[in-house]
Write a protein that binds this ligand. Structure first.
Ligand code: BTX
Length: 324
């Protein structure tokens, strides 16, 4: 109920709403409305009372809770169920349990802080409190297990599309397979995990970590030279809830397009935003390290590298270093 009240105020965009009107719309007493407003004030929302008109919402806490995200949301399914936490170990582990328990396509888990955020191969993902977007989207596309890595590329295209819609002072680029860079520095990462049986995908956990409002010293020292945030590059603070809603809009759209028409439909957009293709790279897989020119990705999203001896190497999963 509290979420519904705040959502109603957010949708009113600064216009006052009377206690009676709220009580009628929500089917509860005016006293109950008043009690919810007290609780909301304790949580950091600020209201002023305007004589004969009611309450006006004048400031909101900087949070990515369900009410704030929903006030921007414009999707058919994604983000319609939001599990919001102040602090978690990792949104991936919570999402995994929810997915096992049957969570619907497009359910999200989002937190202000992760104490055990993770990247690929159990590497740490630093997730400072209140600064970023630390979110997992549970999706249930009808695909085969070997197609799962392509969803990382679909998510990358969704992230850059959302950023390009909202911000004008920088151009985000995709570094294959799962990083978003701004001016050569890492601003976001994607971790795709799969719940599957032998021949069937039960669900995918699309983990999205975005440095939104970090200043440089919000990052641990060891990554200060490789990391950046949207606020640093845009030179302005970011409305994180708005960015979440924009990402969900593109992610739903491109996932649906991918399921209907295959990766080829997304590939053009991916290549357009890539900073990998045409560059000399060093790729480290679990088996070997190879060097050469990244010449493209296949219709399956596999990276093709032209080695110095003229062979073309297909790489399914690797860490890459761009050399020029
Ligand atoms: P990755 O393996 O490509 O990147 C991990 C590496 O990135 C680390 O070894 C470190 O060098 C660097 N790094 C760590 N934290 C940051 C940061 N905040 N900004 C820039 N560089 C950093 C990338 O894996 C995938 C990350 C997914 C994170 C999301 S957050 C929501 C979800 N929950 C969770 O635990 N993980 C995902």
């Amino acid at each position: 109920m509290k979420d519904k009240i705040i959502q109603r105020f957010l949708l009113a965009r600064g216009e006052p709403i009377s206690g009676q009107q709220l009580a009628d719309e929500l089917g509860i007493s005016r006293t109950a409305i008043w009690k919810h407003l007290q609780t909301l004030q304790d949580e950091g929302y600020e209201f002023i009372t305007i004589k004969k008109k009611g309450y006006r919402l004048v400031s909101v806490p900087d949070r990515v809770d369900a009410a704030r995200i929903s006030s921007y949301l414009n999707t058919k399914r994604f983000g319609h169920t939001i599990h919001y936490f102040e602090e978690v170990d990792s949104t991936q582990s919570i999402a995994q349990q929810l997915a096992r328990d049957g969570a619907k396509d497009g359910t999200i888990v989002i937190a202000e802080e992760q104490t055990g955020g993770k990247g690929r191969m159990q590497r740490p993902w630093y997730s400072a409190k209140g600064k970023g977007i630390w979110m997992t989207v549970i999706i249930r596309p009808n695909i085969l297990p070997h197609q799962a890595p392509q969803l990382t590329l679909v998510a990358a295209v969704s992230l850059v599309s959302a950023m390009k819609t909202l911000y004008k002072n920088f151009i985000p680029e995709i570094k294959w397979p799962n990083d978003i860079l701004i001016n050569g520095k890492k601003c976001a990462g994607i971790l795709t995990e799969m719940l599957a049986e032998m021949d069937r995908v039960d669900g995918l956990l699309i983990g999205i970590g975005i440095n939104a409002n970090h200043e440089l010293d919000d990052f641990p020292e060891d990554i200060q030279s490789i990391a950046t945030s949207i606020a640093i590059e845009e030179k302005q603070k970011v409305d994180r809830a708005q960015l979440v809603a924009e990402i969900l809009k593109y992610l739903e759209h491109y996932t649906d397009e991918y399921v209907a028409n295959g990766f080829a439909a997304i590939k053009r957009l991916w290549v357009e935003h890539s900073c990998t293709i045409g560059k000399r790279i060093k790729a480290t897989t679990i088996r070997e390290t190879v060097e050469g020119e990244a010449i493209g990705i296949t219709d399956e999203g596999v990276l093709e590298i032209l080695l110095d001896d003229g062979q073309i190497k297909k790489v399914y999963s690797a860490d890459i270093e761009i050399q020029n």
